[in-house]
Design a protein around this ligand. Sequence first.
Ligand code: LIP
Length: 280
Amino acid sequence: MSASPTPLAQALRAIAIEIAVEAGNLAKDLRGRGVRVAATKSTQTDVVTEADRATERTLIGLLADRRPDDSVLGEEGGLSVTGSSEITWVLDPIDGTVNYLYDLPIYAVSVAATVADPSCADGRRAIAGCVYIPTTGEVFAAAQGGGATLNGERIRPNRLEDLGQALVGTGFGYSRERRAEQAGIAAALLPRVRDLRRLGSAAYDLCAVAAGRLDAYYERGLQPWDYAAGFLIAAESGAAVLGHRDGSAPGEWLAVVAHRPLAEQLRVLTSQEAAPEGWD
Ligand code: LIP
């Protein structure tokens, strides 16, 4: 973690906040007019709505005006802009799409400005990011070295070390095989913790740990757009962001986020001996 944020990271944080709020308010407005499934992706329950697509188009347009030389990687459009600068924006226009489809209040717009970093699971590291919750107006944000904030106020994770008292967030993938794997891990954990919460948005879960609303969060199968901003916000709050106990960087294989002594315990219980078929 750098000592203090660079001017670039601070500027990118401000842009991330501005565009996440504008796009998130569009998503909320579209929700109010009614939402339908536009297509399915990996499975029949992995859905995308027209609002996902419209929100991502809005984010891309806002970035084209503000940062025309940057690259853009979005959940819906992939690497839709290849720029000449060192910055790649990683976007999840609506994280928690199923919650959004059912009009449940926990969904987020996740915007991260990243630089290349081969030590990271997907080769990128966020240096600035914002996770915006349109239903509550909550703005989680961070710049590398600048701490994490909620609506401008510094946030910090709970410092719980007793797993048996921990409220633990998690999530599940869309494929039956992956869900069976995840159910086994959740079943093994349930008697060992205070309780589990499946809130439906990884970006929100990561910010919830950063703000002390969850004691810990773990998930397997996340994509870069799910976690790019949330990992930075959690790390800048002071939480540990860990991967599998085999030493892998946090990412799709496994992400475990909590106050470090708790994260280390949880990592052991959620790691697998060998990568099951189909895990990257
Ligand atoms: C979701 C994640 C969530 C995970 C879901 C899904 P989406 O992202 O935020 O943590 O459990 O399976 O991947 O698909 O709503 O952008």
